[in-house]
Structure formats: structure tokens, C-alpha cells
Ligand binder design. Structure first.
Ligand SMILES: NC(=O)c1ccc[n+]([C@@H]2O[C@H](COP(=O)([O-])OP(=O)(O)OC[C@H]3O[C@@H](n4cnc5c(N)ncnc54)[C@H](O)[C@@H]3O)[C@@H](O)[C@H]2O)c1
Length: 296
């Protein structure tokens, strides 16, 4: 049993992370600008973590062993670009700085696969497929640039202190209510994303069940002392959110993928989770085929 502080605990991913960690016997402190409905967190606390003083205060008060940093403006272009950049980079800096200064042992920071740069209006093509953690990053908007900065911030504090740190790049997160028909982060239902490939195609049909992502975060947090410090991991489903093989679909909806898509046969996704499987022994348990039963 350990004490874990989760930032962004009321969010789409945060709720599953709180539930998963609490079920595993951890004492969970949830912190969010808008804590929302009561969850399974031992404490759900309102705080604006862009404020350095509030961030130090909340970590000093609870002295967690581990901090899972999920708080962010999570939807690209949902606010002015300057606001998204400022908020997300300030959040990552404050949480990493306060964690290291206050002796937190392990920190996991949420980044995003968008750092790869897909969807750029000026054109984008992968260097290879499937994309792994060695693929070059090519940020082109405030959101994915802020996530590159968040990763670098995590790496800088990993070098500067004694905390063990890592970042994850969760694919498009789908919590239980969205399998049941609630709108996803893009405003479309999961079924619409499957039926209209042009929607999910922009992000190369990536996705992950929120509970699988929470499991991955829990395993990663436990493994931090044994891992090289400052690692980055993709967290994705074992398949693509698509009805056809990406070898057929990707070249139709994402120009530039033609030379590399042929290997994505069957249900193979565009993002590799081999690193998480190899270093963490983690594998996703859920797929749209198991969760969206009536749609297949
Ligand atoms: N949802 C996805 O598909 C996805 C994909 C890749 C990465 N991510 C990243 O994962 C993390 C969680 O995403 P999510 O989908 O749960 O997002 P979400 O928007 O559902 O939740 C984010 C939470 O952060 C909180 N927050 C924002 N600003 C804050 C502040 N100043 N202080 C305290 N709390 C603040 C919000 O109130 C919200 O509850 C984010 O960092 C996001 O960028 C999400």
C-alpha cells in the first residue's frame, strides 16, 4: 500500500486511474481544478496546479510516494493556442519541480502520441510504421508542442533529482461510458469513428481503453525503480480502431503512409506497444471488439 497523488483525477483518464489504483490498495489523493463527482479517491481536492504555490502545498500536505500527472488541457484547439501552451507546460513544470523538491519517489507524466506530428496542415508522413518511441517527433501546434515540452521537463527533472520518472503517450482514450455511446473527446461516438474512417484516420486509428491505460500506468509506477530514468512509452490497444486492415485503410485516408502501410495486416495498429510489453510485461486486455459488442 502506498500513497499516490493523481492530478487531473476528474478527467476521462483520471477517473479510471483513481479507480484502478484504489482497487489495488493504494491510498489515492485526487487533485483537479474541478474535482467533480466523488470518486474512489481517499481525498478529492480542488487545486489549480498552474499555481506554483498551490502545487507545492498539495504535495507537501499529502507527501505522496508517487505522483501521476494527468492534468492538462487535453483537447487540441479547444482554447487559444497561447493558453494551451502556457497551461500545459506550466502544469508539467510545477508538478515535476514540486515532486522532486519534496522527495516524491516516482513521477509519471502524461504526454501524447500527437507529438509525432500527424495531421499537420503543411503535410506529414511517417518515417516508418508501426511507429515506436524512436520515431522522430514533429510538433506543429500548441498542444503537441506542450507535450514535447512536458516530456523534456520530465527528463530534465529526472536528471536533476533523485526521483524516478517516466512519460506515457496514451492513444485516444475511451472510458467505459463512451463504449456505451457517450461522445468521445472528438465529439463523435466510437461507432461513428469506426464507420467514418476519415475521423479516426487523422490519428492513425489509435486508441486505448481507459482501464487498460490505467493498468499500464499502475504497472509503470511500480516498475520505475528498475527502469532507466526518464523513459517514454506509448500506451495503445493491441489493434486499430478500424474495421479493415490499416494496410488497406491508411493509404486511403492519410496520404504519405503508402510506402510503409503494407506491413499493417490483419488488426495490427499503427503504434507499437512492444516497449511497454518488453520492459513492463504489460498488455492491454480490451479491444473495441470486446467492448462494443453489438457493433461488430
Ligand atoms: N484523452 C485522450 O485521448 C488523451 C490522449 C493522449 C494524451 N492524453 C493526455 O492524458 C491526460 C489526461 O487526459 P484526459 O483525456 O483525462 O483529459 P480530461 O480533459 O478529461 O482531464 C484533464 C483534467 O485536468 C484537469 N485540469 C486542467 N487544468 C488543470 C489545472 N490547472 N489544475 C488542476 N487540474 C487541471 C481538468 O479539470 C480535467 O479534469 C492529459 O494530459 C492529456 O493531454 C489524453
Amino acid at each position: 500500500m502506498s500513497r499516490v497523488l493523481v492530478t487531473g483525477s476528474a478527467g476521462r483518464l483520471g477517473r479510471s486511474v483513481v479507480t484502478t489504483l484504489a482497487a489495488a490498495g493504494h491510498e489515492v489523493i485526487g487533485v483537479d481544478r474541478t474535482p467533480g463527482t466523488p470518486s474512489e479517491a481517499a481525498v478529492a481536492l480542488p487545486a489549480d496546479l498552474t499555481d506554483t504555490g498551490e502545487t507545492f502545498e498539495v504535495i507537501a500536505r499529502f507527501r505522496p510516494e508517487t505522483v501521476i500527472h494527468l492534468a492538462a488541457i487535453a483537447t487540441p484547439f479547444s482554447l487559444p493556442e497561447s493558453v494551451i501552451f502556457k497551461v500545459n507546460t506550466q502544469l508539467a513544470f510545477n508538478v515535476c519541480e514540486a515532486s522532486v523538491a519534496l522527495g516524491v519517489r516516482g513521477v509519471v507524466v502524461a504526454s501524447s502520441p500527437t507529438v509525432i506530428g500527424y495531421g499537420a496542415p503543411g503535410g506529414w508522413a511517417p518515417a516508418y510504421l508501426p511507429i515506436d518511441e524512436d520515431h522522430p517527433v514533429r510538433p506543429w501546434n500548441a498542444y503537441n508542442l506542450s507535450k514535447v515540452v512536458a516530456e523534456q521537463t520530465m527528463k530534465a527533472f529526472a536528471l536533476a533529482g533523485t526521483a524516478r520518472m517516466a512519460a506515457i503517450r496514451p492513444c485516444f482514450v475511451i472510458p467505459p461510458e463512451e463504449w456505451a455511446g457517450a461522445p468521445t473527446q472528438s465529439g463523435h461516438t466510437v461507432r461513428e469513428r469506426l464507420d467514418r474512417p476519415e475521423i479516426g484516420g487523422v490519428s492513425l486509428f489509435n486508441y486505448i481503453d481507459a482501464r487498460d491505460c490505467a493498468d499500464m500506468i499502475a504497472v509503470l509506477a511500480e516498475a520505475l525503480p528498475e527502469l532507466p530514468n526518464g523513459e517514454v512509452f506509448f500506451a495503445g490497444a493491441a489493434d486499430a480502431l478500424a474495421r479493415k486492415p490499416l494496410a488497406d485503410l491508411l493509404p486511403q485516408v492519410v496520404p504519405g503512409t503508402e510506402p510503409f502501410a503494407a506491413g499493417l495486416t490483419g488488426t495490427t495498429p499503427a503504434f507499437s506497444i512492444t516497449k511497454a510489453e518488453r520492459l513492463l510485461g504489460w498488455q492491454p486486455k480490451r479491444s473495441w471488439r470486446t467492448e462494443l459488442k453489438e457493433a461488430v
